[in-house]
Design a binder for this molecule. Structure first.
Ligand code: 5GP
Ligand code: ZN
Length: 158
């Protein structure tokens, strides 16, 4: 295996041994704010178990990561960040500009009319108030969970 808890920064983040602003985690994956965000709320979803590239990634774990990215994109729409859309991007391998050799799915929020701020974000990549941003995303996740519970209750009554 290439890398591991000691020499991989994302393994250290997953193990709680390096700082990161986490927004979600379960037994298999964790999601945290990108340290150099392209847009406010730019989040990375990673497997807790090290995999460098798609070739090393268990397909079920990959599906779980995409499901989490899907949910995060919905949560960010419902959050105070009020996104209108998102890019879900995974750079597989250095040929595809992967710079951190621990696989990660980018969730990059988009808003209508944000072309200029996106262009600035691509150049500057500065974090803006990560704690408030993460709290907003966590609130969006809770809002989504409440919606799910409400529709499950309606389903069981109907
Ligand atoms: P890649 O080009 O490999 O798809 O993207 C790697 C991403 O990881 C970049 O967006 C970069 O800003 C982010 N990143 C690199 N090191 C760290 C780190 O130590 N902490 C966090 N939160 N993000 C990181
Ligand atoms: Zn790793």
């Amino acid at each position: 295996m290439v890398g591991g808890v000691n020499d991989c920064v994302f393994c250290r983040i997953a193990a709680g041994q390096a700082p990161a602003t986490k927004v979600y985690e379960d037994d298999t994956l964790c999601a945290f704010l990108d340290i150099r965000p392209i847009a406010r709320g730019h989040t990375l979803v990673i497997p807790k178990r090290h995999a460098s590239e798609l070739a090393d990634l268990d397909a079920e774990v990959g599906a779980h990561i995409f499901r989490a990215g899907h949910r995060l994109a919905l949560a960010i729409r419902r959050s105070d960040l009020a996104a209108d859309g998102a890019h879900l991007v995974l750079n597989d391998g250095t040929a595809a500009f992967q710079t951190v050799p621990h696989i990660h799915l980018h969730v990059i929020p988009r808003r209508h009319g944000d072309k200029l701020s996106m262009a600035a974000g691509l150049l500057l990549r500065r974090p803006r108030d990560p704690q408030t941003t993460a709290a907003a995303i966590r609130a969006g996740i809770s809002a989504l969970e409440n919606e799910d519970e409400t529709s499950a209750e309606k389903g069981s009554k109907g």
